[in-house]
Design a protein around this ligand. Sequence first.
Ligand SMILES: NC(=O)c1ccc[n+]([C@@H]2O[C@H](COP(=O)([O-])OP(=O)(O)OC[C@H]3O[C@@H](n4cnc5c(N)ncnc54)[C@H](OP(=O)(O)O)[C@@H]3O)[C@@H](O)[C@H]2O)c1
Length: 256
Amino acid sequence: MQYAIVTGDSRGLGEAIAEQFLGKSIHVIGVSRHSNKELSKLAEKYDGNYTHVGCDLSDPSQLEKGIEQVVKQVTHNDTHFIYLVNNAGVIEPIETVGNFHLQDVSKHMMINVTAPMMFVNHLLKEANDHSITTAIINITSGAAERSVHGWSVYSSSKAAINRFTETTALEQEMADKEHKIIAYSPGVVDTDMQKEIRSSKESAFADLDKFKALKEEGQLNSPKTVAAVLMDLLNDYSSIESGKVYKLYDLIESKA
Ligand SMILES: NC(=O)c1ccc[n+]([C@@H]2O[C@H](COP(=O)([O-])OP(=O)(O)OC[C@H]3O[C@@H](n4cnc5c(N)ncnc54)[C@H](OP(=O)(O)O)[C@@H]3O)[C@@H](O)[C@H]2O)c1
């Protein structure tokens, strides 16, 4: 039996990724604050199953309980493979350095860094105890590798995820484990996160007009396309390089 744990499945990219796992008849466990009725309906249509675990990833006690509940549900004797997609993420605070509030930075780091790290930590331990192989996908951003005015918190959290991905892959390889862990950078995707970006103040985000133009010019990728490119990569499992940061545009180009 195979499972796919997808955080942030209630909307945006996470919803599209969950839909495509369900399309492959893989049991999806979604983790977010809000449930997703469309995914429940879709699970009925396909052979797969869908379970939602309500969890605010910014709350340490909810995070701990949520991880425990999810990992327990997927690590049993009939399981041979588990995908974990650490997709839930926030961009706020969009603000220049000197204007942050502790609570906002702390919440951001809990969702974007601590939660994915702890999901991977707990899953790998239990998967090894049960001889289950895993494929872990951490959703990152191009902002991890370049500085964007107003996005220092977001760039830092995504840079941390890239380094975490690489280090975990190194450790698994040195321990002779078959798990693969990658980061996936999805380009600009037409989701609520982009709406938030477009509604920020120009004083806090100098590229505001550029991002408004991307939407007006129809240059945002659909979540469905971005999820499909990830699925193609996962289908070619043996070619996946653990520890690598895969980029949507490179993957599209390599297929052209
Ligand atoms: N959109 C882009 O252009 C873009 C570009 C590069 C990378 N990314 C990355 O792609 C991933 C998905 O982003 P998206 O664009 O799909 O964003 P989105 O539409 O804003 O969706 C964010 C998801 O994260 C979940 N989430 C947010 N706060 C949470 C919390 N406290 N606890 C639990 N879940 C929480 C939300 O669920 P609930 O609200 O139900 O909790 C939602 O399902 C993120 O990691 C983002 O950094 C996006």
